[in-house]
Design a protein around this ligand. Structure first.
Ligand SMILES: C[S@@+](CC[C@H](N)C(=O)[O-])C[C@H]1O[C@@H](n2cnc3c(N)ncnc32)[C@H](O)[C@@H]1O
Length: 214
């Protein structure tokens, strides 16, 4: 069965910014099984770990997908030189720019991360965190890539969650989904549990954090 991106594309949808989550339909409830959720602050612990991994070298960091800016906040608190964020949603990119206004080491690039990659204009990074909703199938950018965006020793990490749609497609809860199959990637299990069950977010109580060193 063809595996699609983890979350439906909402690039052209109007988003709704709730107190602690973002949705692409105006479903203003905090109950269970919300499937149009884009990001929720209950994923803080996961974002913190991704940020820790991609900033281990310090230096120049590339982040794809601003969302609620949770991982961006953690990345900023690391000891880094520059922080480049690619974001393609018109509302979220505005929020990213507001957030970056007092952060001189941040560059916001608006657009689809694959297009920006293909433009060849990205530089080389010491750490990369990928968290867009269309990550599946992006291996080629890191295996025999047409453009090299990784400095020697660069650390790549990517969102490796499994949501209810993926469970319906045959993924198993608490098994490593390996959303990108890049040889040499190590996966570190961490315990994590949502206090509420949101179908659009990571399911299960284990999350496998990927780390690939180039
Ligand atoms: C799950 S959120 C990221 C959450 C973020 N890591 C945080 O801590 O809040 C995914 C983000 O990626 C953006 N996005 C999705 N597809 C994208 C694409 N093709 N290019 C650039 N950004 C994309 C979405 O608009 C959204 O802001």
């Amino acid at each position: 069965m063809k595996k699609k991106g983890f979350k439906k594309s909402y690039k052209n949808s109007l988003l709704y910014f709730h107190e602690n989550y973002i949705t692409h339909e105006n479903t203003n409830h905090s109950g269970r099984m919300l499937d149009n959720i884009i990001m929720h602050d209950c994923e803080h612990p996961i974002m913190k770990e991704h940020a820790k991994i991609c900033t281990e070298n310090g230096g120049d960091i590339l982040e794809v997908g601003f969302g609620m800016g949770i991982s961006a906040g953690y990345i900023q608190s690391g000891s880094i030189k520059s922080h480049t964020i690619i974001e393609n949603h018109f509302q979220i990119v505005d929020r990213a720019r507001d957030w970056a206004a007092d952060k001189p080491n941040v560059t916001i690039i608006e657009g689809d991360w694959r297009d920006i990659y293909k433009s060849g204009k990205l530089k080389q990074y010491d750490g990369i965190f990928l968290d867009p909703n269309d990550i599946i199938g992006s291996e080629q950018m890191f295996i025999d890539p047409p453009f090299n965006i990784t400095k020697p020793g660069c650390i790549l990490t990517f969102y490796n969650g499994i949501n209810q749609s993926n469970v319906n497609m045959g993924y198993k809860i608490n098994e490593n989904p390996e959303v990108l199959k890049i040889p040499g990637t190590e996966f570190y299990p961490i315990n994590w549990k949502q206090d509420t069950l949101f179908w659009g977010l990571h399911q299960g109580d284990i999350y496998f954090l990927p780390k690939k060193i180039f």
